[in-house]
Design a protein around this ligand. Structure first.
Ligand SMILES: Nc1ncnc2c1ncn2[C@@H]1O[C@H](COP(=O)(O)OP(=O)(O)O)[C@@H](O)[C@H]1O
Ligand SMILES: [Mg+2]
Length: 147
């Protein structure tokens, strides 16, 4: 499904509605150009899920885990990754899909072939720089999101 997001307020609304559907074990694969809104969305989503600490960009460390209640939320940014080995070194296969985890992966297209079948794909595109309008294409979800 495709969603038009016209403002940060609308993006927050979407983050809120997708947060409600997350039960644990999901993998969110975020793609889109630099500045498309992946990090902004991740921050809004993690806030919505109750994470109070500052959400920092994992560009250099690849992965930042946030523990909240009984869950661990993993934020990954693969922008600077060229080697798949580096990503494999994180031991993702042992972690993702587990009920007490959530994965949000920026630049997930870099490891597309290795992502689990049930991965939810969110592609971010800027429709208009002038108006800040974004388009989010969501794949592999049952719910029809509305803004
Ligand atoms: N509707 C919107 N959705 C997402 N980002 C927006 C929106 N409107 C404005 N922005 C701004 O665009 C920029 C997106 O950057 P960022 O989230 O870091 O992108 P990415 O992580 O995809 O490179 C931020 O400065 C954000 O405040
Ligand atoms: Mg980013």
């Amino acid at each position: 499904m495709v969603l038009k997001v016209r403002s940060l307020k609308e993006l927050r609304k979407f983050a809120k509605s997708i947060a409600k559907t997350l039960k644990g074990g999901e993998i969110l694969a975020l793609s889109g150009e630099l500045g498309a809104g992946k990090t902004t969305f991740t921050k809004l989503l993690l806030k919505e899920l109750g994470i109070k600490s500052r959400i920092v960009s994992p560009t250099f460390v690849l992965m930042v885990p946030y523990v909240h209640r009984s869950k661990t939320y993993y934020h990954l940014d693969l922008y600077r990754t060229n080697s798949l080995k580096e990503v494999q070194g994180l031991g993702l296969e042992e972690l993702w899909g587990k009920k007490n985890t959530l994965f949000v992966i920026e630049w997930a297209e870099r490891i597309k072939k290795h992502l689990p079948k049930k991965t939810i794909f969110l592609k971010f595109e800027v429709v208009s720089v002038k108006t800040d309008e974004r388009k989010i294409t969501i794949k592999n979800v049952k719910k029809n999101f509305k803004i």
